[in-house]
Design a protein around this ligand. Sequence first.
Ligand SMILES: Cc1cc2nc3c(=O)[nH]c(=O)nc-3n(C[C@H](O)[C@H](O)[C@H](O)COP(=O)(O)O)c2cc1C
Length: 373
Amino acid sequence: MQTEFCKQLGVEVPIFAFTHCRDVVVEVSKAGGIGVLGAVGFSHAQLKEELDWIDEHIGDHIYGVDTAIPQKYEGQGETDPDKLVEMLKAAIPEQHREFANKLLADHGVPEWPEQDDEVTLSFSEAQAQVLVDEALTRPKCRMIVNALGTPPAAIVEQVHQSGRLIGALAGRLKHGINHKNAGLDFIVCQGSEGGGHAGEVTSIILWPQMVDAVAPLPVLAAGGIGNGRQIMAAMSMGVQGVWLGSRWLNSSEAHAEPAQRESYMKATSEDTVRSRSFTGKTARMLKNEWTEAWERDDTPDPLPMPLQGYLSFDAQRRTHRYAGVGDCQKVAFNPVGQIVGEINEIESCRDIMMRLMTEYSEAYDRLHAINPE
Ligand SMILES: Cc1cc2nc3c(=O)[nH]c(=O)nc-3n(C[C@H](O)[C@H](O)[C@H](O)COP(=O)(O)O)c2cc1C
């Protein structure tokens, strides 16, 4: 299964695991793939702590770090991260705050216990720069990936100067072409069925179009991959690897409360929706009373990114911490793709990796049997 891109990175298996959990990063990298830590929710100090732990546990394997610098966002141009956060928090209308707080209260979601009001959401260049600087001090971190836009030229240059690769997610063809023109080393092409921020075009349409549009740049296929048959399909379209996010959410190493795991296990592939209600940009997540409430005509419209993210940050952390309390799951933030319909048990990352590879070779054999020549 090793591709040219794997060889360039020095890994065995072209399976990339996007995750916010350090244990998943370590387990996937140790199983031959590459774990990529999503850093958007970490302060500088928190990221440092996570990377210290990863460096200590990952052995000789490598990993990546993922940032989120949108192409356009409120407060763009402010270079002081603290000032930016103050400005954004102050810009949230009271009507929106009241609506969000009432939704949580009506569903019995307990208040956040500490007085600590730190909001760690790095949806800007100023905040991401600090995270990139930290990641680049780590020899085992071999790639930086950016979500939601082409990374700024200075960051591309900085990552290249450090001898590492930089890529970015693209949910539309024109975004992939912009990434290529900006000198990125690879594209993560995510179709609409994927979890988190996702565009409108489905993977089976978008992947081959992207492969052709950015050739010879390597493309990693994302969105809707949960088993080895889907990996086989993606590889047959000319991608150099696959990038999975939802699959790890219920792995035994992922950090999740039992009630959240249960929501993922109960859901079918029809239970997700693309909604702006948590971050301000369309992201795929489990449909519930929170996502529906923000859609109604008589309720406030979601704010643009990153204001909606700051507004909903309290909802995100409270619904995760108190996942099993009251009707919390009815308003919980549960981002996931349509493959959620296949997430029916808790497996270790190593078992998931083994299963993906076995299913891939079975699919390969099946195809070969159709036309042995
Ligand atoms: C819970 C969750 C959070 C995500 N957060 C991010 C993120 O912060 N940065 C990013 O680049 N992608 C993020 N994504 C998207 C993943 O990187 C990946 O492209 C996507 O999950 C692939 O589709 P799949 O969910 O069908 O595997 C997230 C996905 C999920 C499920």
